[in-house]
Write a protein that binds this ligand. Structure first.
Ligand SMILES: Nc1nc2c(c(=O)[nH]1)N[C@H]1C(S)=C(S)[C@@H](COP(=O)(O)O)O[C@H]1N2
Ligand SMILES: [Mo]
Length: 414
């Protein structure tokens, strides 16, 4: 265990990240295990593109010392090959994808009683434009003998001291559909803390699937379980144990495959028993007004409420806004860029009069799934869903409740 000695390094690393990122605030868990920072201001959520300085960061191990020119990604399992980052950049097409990165632990801090780990509110989410090589281009011509229902396991190069290799599996079909190996973020070279020199981007899925410092892509018949990889350490922890949604004191079963990768469907349907955090559940956040200072009503009497809404692999169908803490709702207007896997902007013209209000937003996806109002108590588990509540879960994952993200604003006359 490298813990004692590596802590000062990690501390310096967090300090350095904070210095580079003026628009984020530090948040870490008690054990100081995670290097994490999140958007510092609500106003981040009134804009479609999240500047790098305001984009959250989340990982657990030290950042690997990478020399871009020497880094390779090995292709293993059904594949037997390796490509240097230089080859990946130069020999394949470059594309850009918009992706709303959301940590599966976003909203964890809204669980009562508290769960362990980093107490995120809504600030572990951001949208960037990531450029890189499509996985489908890299693997073109290599998949003839590979079954359609194969899985792709991505392995991070972050040092894990021989334990808990950072490995995540996604269906190969998703990988060749829209995933990329990214080497740029918002047109800048990929910053160290975001995965330099190369990372996987899985559009519309929880951040944990977008493996940073990508070292290996392994095509297998199953998702990663113990002894799936040709390397020491526990391979399955990050897929099969952490980032699983379950009640207190449950050890989730390990699966080779799943019927659906829709996180909400898994939760509702009970199959698998304890869902994996794959595609994001429908969610929204108001960015403006931000509740920081009183809003003066403009002459036309209209205060614009602006925010963002997203729904993973699904489209956002509608967003409603409430100015009375969720008692009544009015339809907002969606506007701005509309890319699969990235959030939409919404706005609502509010005929505001002086007073104090509680603003909330509630999004519905194109399959009719709507954000639940609150997070349940720990005993309810999936019965909570029928009561319009999100099931409290031990890891605090995938929370998308409305009221915990509500905000108070004061409206005043000029
Ligand atoms: N190799 C590696 N990749 C990783 C992680 C990690 O710890 N190691 N953390 C994941 C998690 S939990 C999240 S939420 C996203 C965050 O990406 P970002 O820091 O670029 O916002 O990276 C993912 N990729
Ligand atoms: Mo995360």
């Amino acid at each position: 265990m490298a813990t004692e000695e590596s802590r000062p390094t990690r501390h310096d690393e967090i300090e350095a990240i904070l210095e580079r990122k003026g628009g984020v605030e530090e948040a870490r868990d008690d054990a100081d295990k995670y290097t994490v920072v999140g958007a510092a201001e609500r106003k981040t959520y009134a804009n479609w593109l999240t500047p790098i300085e305001e984009h959250f960061v989340c990982h657990r191990n030290d950042i690997p010392d990478a020399e871009g020119g020497k880094w390779t990604v090995s292709l293993t399992g059904y594949l037997e090959d390796a490509s240097s980052v230089t080859e990946i950049r130069e020999e394949f097409p470059t594309v850009a994808v918009a992706h709303t990165m959301e940590c599966a632990g976003n909203g964890r801090g809204q669980h009562r009683p508290e769960t362990g780990s980093v107490q995120w509110g809504y600030e572990a989410a951001g949208t960037a434009v990531w450029s890189g090589t499509p996985v489908s281009s890299l693997l073109r011509g290599e998949l003839e003998d590979v079954p359609d229902d194969a899985w792709l396991t991505a392995v991070g190069g972050d040092p894990s001291d021989g334990e808990d290799v950072f490995a995540r599996s996604i269906p190969l079909s998703k990988a060749v559909d829209d995933c990329i190996l990214a080497y740029e973020m918002n047109g800048e070279p990929l910053p160290r803390e975001h995965g330099f020199p190369i990372r996987l981007i899985v559009p519309g899925w929880y951040g944990v699937n977008s493996v940073k410092w990508l070292e290996e892509l392994r095509v297998m018949d199953e998702m990663v379980t113990d002894e799936s990889l040709d390397r020491p350490g526990d391979h399955a922890y990050w897929q099969q144990e952490a980032y699983r949604i379950h009640p207190e004191d449950v050890e989730p079963e390990r699966n080779a495959t799943v019927e659906t990768v829709d996180t909400w469907e898994q939760l509702e349907g009970g199959d698998p028993a304890y869902p994996y955090t794959f595609d994001q559940t429908v969610m929204s956040v108001i960015g403006e007004p931000d509740g920081e200072s009183a809003v003066t009503v403009p002459e036309d009497g209209t205060v614009e409420i602006t925010g963002v809404a997203w729904a993973g692999d699904d489209d956002v169908a509608s967003v409603e806004v409430s100015t009375d803490g969720g008692d009544s709702w009015a339809e907002a207007e969606l506007f701005g860029p509309d890319y699969a896997g990235a959030w939409r902007l919404f706005r609502y013209d509010w005929a505001a009069t002086p007073g104090e209000y509680v603003l909330a937003s509630r999004a519905t996806d194109d399959r009719g799934k709507r954000q639940p109002m609150r997070i349940s108590n720990p005993d309810a588990w999936r019965d909570a869903i029928a009561d319009d509540e999100f099931p409290w879960n031990e890891g605090g994952y995938a929370a998308n409740a409305v009221l915990p993200n509500a905000l108070e604003v004061e409206i005043q006359t000029p």
